[in-house]
Design a binder for this molecule. Structure first.
Ligand code: KG4
Ligand code: ZN
Length: 338
């Protein structure tokens, strides 16, 4: 079954063709980063207008690269939530129109589940497991029971992990997107130059939660308080120390969550899963099976949407033309333990 996956929830206009949920025939990612770079962040109006201009060409490109025509496509999967409203609308409207015109069934996909599913394209992974989803909009530690069923153990109580990277890089004028820039700078810095505190949220329902707002304030406004003697406050040292604190916090919660849930399989996904420090820390987890998607499947991409869409379509689930986008997904509250 060939599934065409369309992803337009933010600033990447991406379309893929994936066979049987496993074989990536094409995965075209047309990035808008250069258009948003001057503003050091995504400008929603520019993002949606650019998707309108690009989507048809990106779909054609993905089909051509896969060596097929629309006649070879058995199903269409499209991100329907969450994300920027205008951007989501472009992808969903295109998918609906294509489905209506060709009679190919389509399914609306939750972007968060798509990120978590990315590793399944490359590896055979058994449920249940603990997922670590880290992106620019979300930070979740959750038990995945199936491809469409999650129990959230922990989340962020304020900023998302990638958002903290982006805001700090923006404040210091280091560049955009912040995660990529900080990761690169951190390679030349000393992670022990600053000892930023880990917010203590280890009580009750918050025990698997993280918080990035306090860390961001410390990195931006209270640097001197946390500087270790003998170290210079160079951008590289600031970047390395922030990155270590931000990621170590996640790893500690993840280990606790997996232990408490009695699970030893961990799957990660999302833009921040491209972070070199996080990838190393995850790969060094002892006694756990860890699945990390390759770099091209971490950031927003059509392949993860096609890969997950395949399972819904195979199980006979489709969306009808009344489906609409949802910018925010309210269901992301803690649901563990039930
Ligand atoms: O998943 P994604 O492409 O879009 C959302 O769904 O949000 O994630 C984008 C986020 C941005 O915050 C970006 O700075 C971050 O992922 N990111 C990284 C790295 N590459 C991208 N964060 C840390 N290290 C990286 N290497
Ligand atoms: Zn994403």
């Amino acid at each position: 079954m060939n599934v065409l996956g369309i992803e337009s929830s933010c600033d990447e206009c991406s379309v893929a063709v994936v066979a049987d949920g496993k074989k990536i025939l094409s995965n075209v990612v047309a990035t808008q980063i250069p258009l948003h770079q001057p503003y050091m962040g995504v400008v929603p109006e520019i993002a949606s207008r650019t998707h309108v201009e690009w989507i048809k060409g990106v779909v054609h490109n993905a089909l051509e690269t896969a060596g097929c025509t629309i006649k070879d496509i058995d199903g269409i999967a499209v991100t329907a939530k969450p994300g920027l409203a205008g951007s989501l609308l472009v992808g969903l409207s295109y998918a609906k129109a294509l489905s209506y015109a060709t009679d190919i069934p389509y399914i609306g996909i939750n972007h968060i589940y798509g990120h978590i599913h990315a590793a399944h394209i490359e590896y055979d992974i058994q449920y249940p497991y603990v997922a670590l989803l880290v992106s620019g909009g979300h930070t979740l530690i959750a038990i995945m029971e199936n491809y469409d069923k999650m129990q959230i153990m922990g989340t962020t109580i304020d900023d998302a992990c990638g958002e903290a990277f982006d805001k700090i890089a923006k404040f210091y004028g280091w560049g955009y997107p912040g995660g990529v820039v900080i990761d690169r700078m951190a390679q030349k810095g000393d992670p022990d130059a600053f000892s930023f505190p880990d917010p203590s949220l280890h009580k009750g329902e918050h025990k698997y939660d993280v918080s990035y707002s306090g860390l961001k304030t410390a990195v931006i406004n209270q640097l001197h308080q946390f500087q270790n003697s003998g170290y210079e406050a160079t951008p590289e040292n600031i970047a390395a120390s922030f990155q270590k604190t931000a990621i170590d916090m996640l790893i500690r919660r993840l280990k606790k969550a997996a232990k408490d849930a009695g699970l030893n399989t961990v799957v990660t996904g999302g833009g921040v899963a491209a972070n070199s420090y996080l990838r190393k820390a995850l790969s060094e987890l002892k006694g756990m099976k860890v699945y990390i998607p390759s770099m091209k499947l971490c950031g927003d991409n059509g392949a993860m949407i096609a890969g997950l869409g395949y399972h819904f379509l195979k199980d006979g689930m489709t969306s009808d033309l009344s489906l609409t986008i949802m910018s925010k997904v309210m269901a992301f509250h803690r649901s563990y333990p039930r």
